[in-house]
Design a binder for this molecule. Structure first.
Ligand code: AMP
Length: 662
């Protein structure tokens, strides 16, 4: 693989990007930079957001600029102010060791006078949205007659937003002798037509196939009743709350505001972005989101365009967008820079047909997942909490006589009561009646509530049917899957062929046939292993391991939940690939209130002081052990086994393009 230096990037820029941690060029950079630097041809790049486009065109432009010349040499046009600001910020960062380069961004919603005076002071690079640039041109406040480079970034977005004429007008006012670089995530006819008219002998560069989406993104969906959508959203977020950092796409400004208000009222760390907000409000929200002060951002498509935030764990579609390109664009906000991401769609029955259209017209493959049950959420929290407690090192220095005196009333409580109180406190924050919350999925039977048990009993027939047993030993005791399985088999005289195991840090699960459960419990309970007392018990009421689609379950949806979670207490043992997102160090602590935010559920991350295998704080990113063939609740990549049986036909897609409204 070539490095940036091999591509011809000069030392001062190399130093700057090294500091950013850019070790190797991304594919679009590898293909674009040498062409840009070495020959005079135009570039037509087919690339999604998040592929590293900004540096692909930005680094060569910065390198080729003549700082001594005072005219505008590069014009970068992009669809939104957010993207405009982002590109400018990136260029400033890349050029920090190259003094004397003036980069001015011009976009609507901010003072035009200030922008005019910045341009007058001398700009080498203008980063602009089409509307504001047109305005400046009509005021004769900008001269683009001598530019050497024009970049059209997210060209398809600009056309989607109704900027086609503006873009053509702008291009027609640039000189004949210039280099044009056009990037687009999709290549509809309209883009081809612009390319044919305004570009000469362009080198075509493509990373990935048109509409291909990003291989780092898992596309999931769940089907719920329309009336349950909000509850399902909360459940999904609760389950993934350990590490969630997401954008939720809504259809209208009202819906965006409405869901955001409800989430905030329900204690989530959310806010929204839509066209009714002032520029100042938008920037404030974006700033807070970028700095993780907000973990959940609700946005309309238009408002979210150009948002460049790295590290999104999920993109959630509260409704599917009207066209496929929008879906690809939305999803492309996660799974960036090599990280894994989940694009999750909440569907109600009538929306099903569109998924098929997306699959047909892009290479996106959907898998059906189930909305977690309230008990799933509770179990995950409990396991995480337990793990954290176990792994917390006691800070002896805190417990002086004064403190000991203060906690005397606690010391007088029975251990069990004390624990129950702690756990109650922990779970109360979810304001959920864990025992009685309904199952929100619409499944094969279409029944609500009763569906769960029918699914459970059906799945017991699977190759993994049986009962799940919790065992208080894990990797910390030196076990891996094989040795743990052998140990359980030897201790209980049950053939290891009849066992499936899932080994975590401080505990494990054994999935066994129901007739073997007693032998296993008897054999393990009350014994010790390397001086640790062994506790084994049937794991809750969801004892069937077969529910996971990752096993032999074929097309049945898994109760998954979006990758980020890593619910080791789930029904399956770990998936072979073990490619889970591992934001280790995060966990349930993400749920702690962020005092500065007031009343949110997701705030500062707490780290466990212990040394759990997963590095999880409040246990959030629990790792399930890989290699047992099934897919776990965890963050590892799931196979696209689901969905096929669930696809529906009908429904039209790709209707009217939305014009720019905001
Ligand atoms: P972009 O597509 O330009 O918006 O870039 C997407 C993300 O990838 C940004 O957060 C960039 O900072 C990051 N990025 C771009 N190029 C590289 C690289 N070569 N190595 C690592 N990260 C990169």
């Amino acid at each position: 693989m070539k490095n940036f230096s091999d591509l011809g990037v000069e030392q001062s820029i190399l130093n700057a990007i090294q500091e950013l941690g850019f070790e190797n060029p991304t594919p679009i950079q590898e293909q674009t930079i040498p062409v840009f630097l070495e020959n005079g041809r135009d570039i037509l790049g087919l690339a999604q957001t998040g592929t590293g486009k900004t540096a692909a065109f930005g680094l060569p432009i910065l390198q080729l600029l003549e700082t001594s010349a005072r005219h505008i040499q590069a014009l970068i046009i992009c669809p939104t102010r957010e993207l405009c600001m982002q590109i400018s910020r990136d260029l400033v960062t890349y050029s920090k060791n190259k003094p004397g380069i003036n980069i001015v961004s011009v976009y609507g919603g901010a003072s035009i006078d200030r922008q005019i005076s910045e341009i007058k002071r001398g700009a080498h690079i203008i980063v602009a949205t089409p509307g504001r640039l047109m305005d400046l041109m009509s005021r004769k406040a900008i001269n683009i007659n001598n530019v050497n480079f024009v970049v059209l970034d997210e060209a398809d977005e600009m056309l989607n937003m109704g900027f086609e004429e503006d873009v053509e007008y702008i291009l027609s006012h640039t000189p004949e002798q210039k280099r044009v670089c056009l990037f687009s995530a999709t290549m509809p006819k309209s883009i081809r037509s612009i390319a044919n008219r305004y570009m000469k002998d362009a080198v075509e560069i493509s990373v990935g196939k048109s509409n291909s989406g990003n291989v780092n993104i898992t596309h999931q969906y769940a089907v719920v009743h329309a009336r349950d959508k909000y509850a399902a959203l909360k459940r999904f977020v609760d389950f993934n709350s350990d590490n969630i950092y997401c954008i939720i796409f809504c259809t209208t400004k009202n819906e965006t505001q409405d869901i955001s208000d409800k989430l905030i009222k329900d204690g989530y760390n959310a806010d929204c972005l839509h066209g009714d907000l002032s520029q100042g409000q938008r920037e404030k929200v974006m700033g807070r989101f970028r700095h993780h002060a907000i973990k959940i951002l609700l946005a309309t498509d238009v408002a979210a365009r150009g948002i460049d935030v790295s590290g999104l764990t999920h993109v959630i579609h509260y409704h599917l967008p009207d066209d496929i390109e929008n879906y690809v664009h939305r999803s492309g906000r996660t799974g960036r820079a090599g990280k894994l991401g989940v694009s999750f769609t909440l569907l109600h029955m009538r929306e099903g047909g569109r998924l098929k259209d997306i699959e047909r017209m892009s290479s996106v493959k959907f898998e059906k997942v189930l909305i977690p049950s309230a008990q799933d959420v509770r179990d995950k929290k409990l396991i995480a909490f337990t793990d954290t407690i176990i792994n917390t090192e006691i800070e002896e220095s805190i417990f002086d006589a004064h403190v000991m005196e203060g906690i005397k009333p606690l010391m007088e409580l029975e251990k069990e009561e004390l624990l129950q109180k702690f756990l109650s406190l922990e779970l109360r924050r979810f304001s959920v009646d864990f025992a009685n919350e309904p199952d929100l999925n619409i499944g094969a039977g279409g029944e609500r509530g009763g569906e769960r048990s029918s699914r459970d009993s059906a799945s017991r027939g699977g190759s993994r049917g049986g009962t799940r047993i919790f065992v208080s030993l894990g990797k910390k005791d030196g076990f891996d899957i094989r040795s743990f399985k052998d140990w359980v088999a030897d201790s209980s005289n049950v053939s290891w062929k009849d066992l499936h195991v899932d080994v975590s840090g401080v505990y494990s699960f054994v999935d066994a046939k129901t007739e073997h459960v007693d032998s296993i419990l008897k054999a393990l309970n009350g014994t010790t292993y390397k001086d640790r007392p062994v506790r084994a018990e049937v794991s809750g009421d969801r004892s069937n391991a077969g529910e996971s689609a990752g096993g032999s379950g074929g097309g049945s949806p898994r109760r998954s939940y979006g990758g980020g979670g890593g619910y080791s207490g789930g029904r399956s043992s770990g998936g072979g690939g073990d490619r889970r997102r591992n934001d280790s160090g995060r966990g349930f602590g993400g749920e702690r209130r962020n005092s500065s935010e007031g009343g949110d559920r997701f705030g500062s991350e707490r780290r466990s002081s212990g040394n759990s295998e997963s590095g999880s704080g409040f246990g959030g990113e629990r790792r399930s052990s890989g290699g047992e063939g099934g897919s776990s609740f965890g963050g590892e990549r799931r196979r696209n086994s689901g969905g096929t049986g669930e696809r529906r036909t009908g429904g039209s897609f790709g209707g009217e393009r939305r014009r720019r409204k905001e």
